[in-house]
Each structure stands twice: as structure tokens, then as C-alpha cells.
Design a binder for this molecule. Structure first.
Ligand SMILES: [Zn+2]
Length: 486
């Protein structure tokens, strides 16, 4: 029996809870502007400091953004959702409660890709505790201070159904969510800066069973890499517990990416510990037809749909389509280049240039080609010149260097730098010289060793400064070998 348990295969069951800081101008329930690195406690007022007698007012822009998110995630929008007070004491929460949504969230029952969305709701962020040693402003070794600038920032919480089956899938799906939210322009969605935060609920069950095991909650993994590693570590930990005959305990865990160790944060509070009660100072959130129409009109083409369209209409491979669709600016530049290339253009070749050579030259994590000097029409013209054989691939890369740094017309660059493709008698002469100089290599090619061709091509490329076409050089070499008897 013990052996059967030890050998049984387990299936992870993972649900994600994501907090998204909205990029509104002001906070969720007061007129303070959002803070981006300002001095501590300079973006506060009596409302977000929780002074007695102050009243919250719901931020219309935050509601607009939350409606857009609900629609983008294909949720059903509640005609009338309710704000609740979630009561707990912590120094980063001056009111003693957080205004959130509880039994009637703004949106529910949606989907993004293969993962179902359980609910989407609006709430306010807590303030930020700064512990001694983490800020240059604090000199005492034992102090913790509170910066209330973050307190009251609008948050959207997105909760998935437990549809995720692996750490890799969790990471990939979160990347899709991030790209979608970024496209909506409702948040900076930077995990490292906390504007996108992800918790994971993890349990395991014998493969093929429908019941759910006891879950643990992994808190605030602040990068995609740590999310994947943390979830994997937790799956392994739970499997080891179960295989050795133990039981998983429901708890909240912190994953330390430096050591790979999972440690308990606190025992999981039951929902009733928060003593949720309807916020008496706010009316229910009942979006009007006009608000819904405005949110609908603001929805752009989303990354998943764009990737699908690029694959279908332009016959791009799935990974290339995804890369272009997930980076809005790069995708926009690509589509502008395809348009500039006209009906004669080659969308796949253009995609290879944009995602390969161009991306490498922009050298940024999330670059915008529009910020460089290269114009879509010039790149389209350059790709066409390569296609027509007017310029060799390696020389075209040199032209692209100039286009990115200085802009200009690729035809003029080719002419002024003497980069036109070597051909005709010129190329024949160079090839014959290279063959004469490398008799060894020629013998090897004659004997069937195709690798030796590289030496001849390399010599021709050196002499023409990359202006020759490798395929044509090969053809000329073979032609010459065929001419010679023996
Ligand atoms: Zn305020």
C-alpha cells in the first residue's frame, strides 16, 4: 500500500490571484495624485489617512479601467456591485479596514486563453511599510516607518479558477495577462515594481481525480521567474509530504528566491475574521449604459486576438506572431512595414527582420522602433532589395545599422557605401581566386565534404566585404568543379 502511494502520479492544481495597480491620475477614493517615487507622505489627505469624519468618493476613471478589464476578460459585469469594509488591523491601514468588494464583485465568470476567470473586483491598496536599513532616510536600526503615498491607490484584483496545471503554464498565462493589461493601458504592470503582483494557490491530487487537495497560498512573487520557481518548489514540497504519508497543512507561504526555501507567513485567516460589512459611505456601483459603452469603445485589439490574426492573415509562425502581438509598439511597426511593402512584400521575411535583426539593434527589454530613426518604408524597401538580390543578406545588415542610427533611404546607403551585391564577372573572378588559393578545400569538396564549402564562401565574403550571396557562391563553385574533368 505504501508503495502504491509512493509511485502514484500527482497532478498540480493551481489558481492565481493577481493585484493590478491602476494607472489612474488620482487615488481610489480621494483626490490625491498617485505617487511615483515622491518623498514619503507627500501624497496624502485626510481621506486616505483615515481621519474620522472624512468620506470616500469613488474614482470614475478607476471604475472605467476596471470595466475595461472585466470586458477584456470576457466577464459578466454586475449591474450593481457593492463595496465592503474588510476589517483588520495593520500599521499600513490607517482606517482599520480596507475598502474592497466581497460577495458582489464588479465582474465574474470570464476567461483569458484557456484559463477561466472567477472574479474581478475593485479595491484600494494599503500603505507601504519601510523597515530599517531598506531606506537611506532611516538611521535607527530598529525603526519601521509608514509611507502613506501608496495607501488608497486603486487596485483591481483578478482571481482565476484553479485551471492551471503547471508552474510553466502559470508563468505563460501571467505573461498573457500582463500583455493584455498593458495593451489596455490601465496599468504599468511591472512585477518588479509591484504594479502587478501575483499570489498562487497550489494543491496536488492523484492524477485523474476530480476532488481538490488542501491548498497553500504562495504570496507576492515579484517576477515571472520567481513565480515559476516558487510554484515548482511548492509542488515538490507537497509531493514529498504526501508520499511520505503526511498531510498538507493549509497555510500561507513565502518563497525566498535566493535560497529556494518556502517558509510559513501566517496561518490562513478564515473569511469571517475580516468581518466584512457593506461600506455605508459608498453607494453601490451601478454602471450606466453610457459608462459601459465608453468602456467597450475603449477596448483595443488584444494581444491574443492579434497573434491569432497575424498567424491567420500573414501566415506567421505562432511564436513570431506572439512576439509581435505581445509587444504593441513592435507589432505596430511590423504591420506598418508590411503595409509599406505593398502586395509584393513578404510578411514572413519582414517579420524575421523585425523580430531578429531590428530587435537586436534596438537593444531594450521592450523597445519601440518608432523611437529609432528607421522608418517602416525604409525597412520594407531594404527587405525587398534583399529579396530581389540587389543586396546580399550580410550587407543588408550593415545597411540596417545605418537606418537605425541615422535613418535614410536604403538604396542611397547601398550606393554611397558600395554595398551592392557582388555579381557577374566580378564575383566569378573572386570565386576563382578563392578556389585557386584554397586547393585543399576544393579537393575536399570534390571528395564530397560539403563542410569545406564554408572556407571558400568565407574567403569570398571577406574579399567582397559581405556583398556576395552565399548560395550563389556555392553555385559558382559547383559549376566550376563540374567544368573540370575528374
Ligand atoms: Zn488622499
Amino acid at each position: 500500500m505504501a508503495d502504491a502511494v509512493a509511485e502514484r502520479a500527482y497532478e498540480p492544481v493551481i489558481g492565481l490571484e493577481i493585484h493590478v495597480q491602476l494607472k489612474t491620475r488620482t487615488k481610489m477614493f480621494c483626490g490625491c495624485e498617485l505617487s511615483f517615487g515622491e518623498d514619503p507622505n507627500t501624497r496624502t489627505c485626510p481621506v486616505c489617512l483615515g481621519h474620522p469624519g472624512t468620506l470616500p468618493v469613488t474614482n470614475a476613471e478607476a471604475v472605467h479601467f476596471a470595466l475595461m478589464i472585466g470586458m477584456a476578460l470576457e466577464c459578466e459585469l454586475a449591474p450593481r456591485s457593492i463595496f465592503h469594509r474588510k476589517n483588520y488591523f495593520y500599521p499600513d491601514l490607517p482606517k482599520g479596514y480596507q475598502i474592497s468588494q466581497y460577495d458582489v464583485p464588479l465582474a465574474s465568470g470570464g476567461r483569458l486563453g484557456e484559463i477561466r476567470i472567477h472574479r474581478v473586483h475593485l479595491e484600494e491598496d494599503a500603505a507601504k511599510l519601510v523597515h530599517a536599513g531598506t531606506s537611506g532616510r532611516i538611521h535607527s536600526a530598529e525603526a519601521s516607518v509608514v509611507d502613506f503615498n501608496r495607501g488608497g491607490t486603486p487596485l483591481v484584483e483578478i482571481v482565476t479558477e484553479p485551471d492551471v496545471r503547471s508552474a510553466a503554464q502559470a508563468k505563460e498565462w501571467l505573461e498573457l495577462l500582463q500583455a493584455t493589461l498593458r495593451r489596455l493601458e490601465v496599468s504599468d504592470v511591472r512585477m518588479e515594481e509591484g504594479s502587478l503582483r501575483c499570489d498562487a494557490n497550489v494543491s496536488i491530487r492523484p492524477a485523474g481525480e476530480a476532488s481538490l487537495g488542501t491548498k497553500t497560498e504562495l504570496k507576492n512573487m515579484n517576477s515571472f521567474r520567481f513565480l515559476e520557481r516558487g510554484v515548482n518548489a511548492e509542488i515538490t514540497r507537497q509531493e514529498e509530504i504526501v508520499r511520505s504519508g503526511g498531510e498538507v497543512v493549509q497555510e500561507t507561504l513565502h518563497y525566498d528566491p535566493a535560497t529556494g526555501v518556502l517558509s510559513p507567513l501566517r496561518s490562513k485567516e478564515e473569511a469571517h475574521d475580516y468581518r466584512y460589512l457593506p461600506e455605508p459611505d459608498l453607494v453601490p456601483l451601478a454602471p450606466t449604459e453610457e459608462m459601459l459603452a465608453r468602456a467597450r469603445a475603449a477596448l483595443p485589439e488584444l494581444p491574443a486576438g492579434r497573434a491569432e490574426r497575424l498567424e491567420r492573415e500573414l501566415a506567421l509562425p505562432p511564436d513570431v506572431a506572439k512576439l509581435l502581438a505581445f509587444r504593441t509598439e513592435l507589432g505596430d511597426f511590423y504591420e506598418a512595414t508590411v503595409s509599406a511593402g505593398g502586395p509584393e512584400g513578404d510578411p514572413r521575411a519582414i517579420a524575421n527582420w523585425v523580430t531578429g535583426e531590428l530587435l537586436a539593434r534596438l537593444g531594450d527589454a521592450d523597445p519601440d522602433p518608432a523611437q529609432s530613426k528607421v522608418e517602416p518604408a525604409s525597412l520594407a524597401a531594404l527587405v525587398a532589395m534583399v529579396r530581389e538580390g540587389a543586396v546580399a543578406h550580410s550587407a543588408a545588415k550593415e545597411v540596417l545599422d545605418t537606418l537605425v542610427a541615422e535613418g535614410g533611404d536604403p538604396r542611397e546607403i547601398v550606393e554611397s557605401k558600395g554595398l551592392a551585391r557582388a555579381g557577374g564577372d566580378e564575383l566569378v573572378e573572386v570565386v576563382e581566386r578563392a578556389m585557386a588559393a584554397q586547393a585543399d578545400a576544393v579537393e575536399k569538396i570534390r571528395a564530397g565534404n560539403d563542410k569545406a564549402m564554408g572556407a571558400i564562401i568565407g574567403a569570398v565574403m571577406r574579399e567582397t566585404k559581405g556583398r556576395a550571396d552565399g548560395g550563389e557562391v556555392q553555385r559558382l563553385v559547383r559549376e566550376r568543379l563540374g567544368d573540370q574533368p575528374g
